[in-house]
Unconditional design. Structure first.
Length: 121
C-alpha cells in the first residue's frame, strides 16, 4: 500500500484516480491545485508518490514539482505528470525540474496502475 498525492483541478479526474487507487488499497490524498498541494505537503508526513496535472490554476504542475523537490520529504519520491499535454518541450521542462515520468490523459486503469508500479519499484 502506498500513500499517494493526486493533484488535478478536475474533480472528475481526482475522483477517478482516487477510486482506482483505493481499490488497490492505496491511500489517496487529493488537492485541486498546486497551492493546495503545497499546503498539504507541508502539513502531512511524506507521501510515496505524487500524480500532478500540468495545467492548473494558481500554480501549474511544473512549478509545483519544482517547489516539492525543495522539500526534504519530496526530494526523491516519484512524481508523475498526468496531463493531456504531449508537447516535448513541456515534458523536458517537467523532467528538468524533477518529474519522474509522464502519463497522458485519457488513460486506462491498467495504464495508470502500470506506470505507478513501474516507478514504485
Amino acid at each position: 500500500m502506498a500513500r499517494i498525492l493526486s493533484v488535478d483541478d478536475s474533480k472528475s479526474i481526482r475522483d477517478l484516480i482516487s477510486h482506482i487507487l483505493t481499490q488497490q488499497n492505496h491511500e489517496v490524498i487529493t488537492a485541486s491545485d498546486g497551492l493546495e498541494a503545497m499546503k498539504i505537503a507541508r502539513e502531512i508526513d511524506a507521501v510515496d508518490l505524487a500524480l500532478v496535472d500540468v495545467n492548473m490554476p494558481n500554480m501549474n504542475g511544473v512549478s509545483l514539482v519544482s517547489k516539492l523537490r525543495r522539500l526534504d520529504d519530496y526530494k526523491y519520491i516519484p512524481i508523475i505528470m498526468v496531463t493531456t499535454e504531449t508537447d516535448e518541450y513541456r515534458k523536458q521542462k517537467a523532467k528538468t525540474v524533477g518529474a519522474t515520468g509522464w502519463l497522458t490523459k485519457p488513460f486506462t486503469e491498467e495504464r495508470l496502475l502500470n506506470v505507478i508500479d513501474k516507478v514504485m519499484r
